[in-house]
Design a protein. Structure first.
Length: 169
């Protein structure tokens, strides 16, 4: 993707985040978490994000700007499909500020991720969506996304993750 990706929506462009966007990314994460009623779970800091995104390069971020003002973001990374034998893009978070919703900006961010996936020869683009988020589910299905109802997400974290890591000893 060039420095800016012009979109079909006048005055809306998309760019890759840089280190100077670190605080903005954290603000977007907190806004999204608040919307999802999960703000109490956010432990990320500017320092943690800087290390993860710009030093270790564990994920990437694109920023959507409307009239040169940041209004949304998408954070993504590569995972791998053994069945396809190649990488995929995994969308961790996509967020558009409430006052900017309904203009097609989220669709543009998702489309940009689709372009990145195709340019990088990824097999697919995956993400999760909370079951109660009916407006997002409707939006995703309209774009051709299919729910993976036959799969259950599992997670090991905190003390359970520490205990699991010690099973090798």
């Amino acid at each position: 993707m060039d420095k800016y990706l012009e979109t079909k929506i006048p005055n809306f462009k998309i760019r890759f985040a840089t280190e100077k966007d670190n605080k903005l990314i954290l603000d977007f994460i907190k806004e999204l978490a608040d919307y999802e009623k999960l703000l109490h779970e956010v432990v990320a800091t500017e320092e943690i994000l800087h290390e993860s995104l710009f030093v270790r390069k564990q994920a990437e971020v694109i920023i959507g700007e409307y009239n040169n003002e940041p209004v949304g973001f998408a954070l993504f990374f590569h995972n791998f499909s053994t069945f396809l034998g190649r990488a995929n893009l995994y969308l961790e978070d996509l967020y558009i500020r409430p006052e900017m919703r309904g203009l097609g900006l989220g669709k543009c961010l998702l489309s940009a991720l689709g372009r990145i996936a195709v340019e990088r020869n990824c097999g697919r683009l995956d993400w999760w969506c909370l079951d109660w988020n009916e407006s997002s589910i409707k939006f995703y299905k309209k774009m051709g996304a299919i729910p993976m109802d036959e799969w259950t997400v599992y997670r090991v974290q905190g003390e359970a993750l520490k205990n699991l890591s010690e099973e090798l000893n």
